[in-house]
Design a binder for this molecule. Sequence first.
Ligand SMILES: Nc1ncnc2c1ncn2[C@@H]1O[C@H](COP(=O)(O)OP(=O)(O)OP(=O)(O)O)[C@@H](O)[C@H]1O
Ligand SMILES: Cc1ncc(CO)c(N)n1
Length: 271
Amino acid sequence: MKNLLTIAGSDSCGGAGIQADLKTFSALGTYGMSVITAVTAQNTTGVFMVRELDVEMVAAQIRCIYEDIPVHGVKIGMVSSAAIIHTIAGCLKEKGAVHVVVDPVMVSKSKHKLLQPAACDALAQELFPLAEVVTPNIPEAEAIINRPIGGLEEMKEAARQIHSLGAANVMLKGGHLEGEEAVDVLYNGDEFVLFRGPRHFTRNTHGTGCTFSSAIAALLGRGYPLVQAVGRAKEYIHNAIAHSLELGQGAGPTHHFYELYQRAGLHLDEE
Ligand SMILES: Nc1ncnc2c1ncn2[C@@H]1O[C@H](COP(=O)(O)OP(=O)(O)OP(=O)(O)O)[C@@H](O)[C@H]1O
Ligand SMILES: Cc1ncc(CO)c(N)n1
């Protein structure tokens, strides 16, 4: 069994953040652990309150996991502030973290800020160099490169620029663009690989980004090479959206269950 760690915020309604990550880890046959950076009071209609944890508590959570249990992969989601980013970067360097996936969470689907605007530079400077892959969506990539992105060519150019900030690989998600397909662009500094999937016309996409990045981390942790890990994560999120739940009055959550794992072509005896 591989052990996966999520460092992220708690989503009280269970669709995104720590809760989505742990469900994804389980569904993909790994053991999930968590370091909470902030607690959000959130439901399918929006984020109502956010409380950050202090940096000592964030550091203590990371250290006590690494001092006791081997960690085969890490997903980083909502990090909230520059101080928390600095703490996470210091602890992960100290512990020699492997297979780190950084999802640069900035704003929720309901448009609530989950990262202090002043912390955007710290996120890129301190966490991107630790990442095997970073997974910005279009608005996050626009904030990082300070330029609008309107189509595939601009996505490629943005991926190049984000790569130059120190991330080994960039997975730029196209879920926010229009079109019949949701197209994501992976760039390794040398070549592009495009991942295409049919777009689901549903409002129930709460937690898609969290699910996708934690699926990539779980599959890297299980030993899949990056392109395969991303391809299977894309199949997983496609199925998780196809089976998303009509829960609550807003954007319902994606769904995680063992069959999705089987549909993504994964078998527990593959390791
Ligand atoms: N409606 C959709 N149909 C099919 N695939 C989608 C859809 N929306 C997003 N995806 C896919 O889901 C994955 C996550 O992308 P998305 O752009 O939604 O992330 P995100 O905006 O970071 O999510 P979140 O708002 O939860 O942070 C990508 O592979 C994207 O292509
Ligand atoms: C805690 C948390 N992390 C990430 C997201 C993604 O938007 C969210 N809505 N909430």
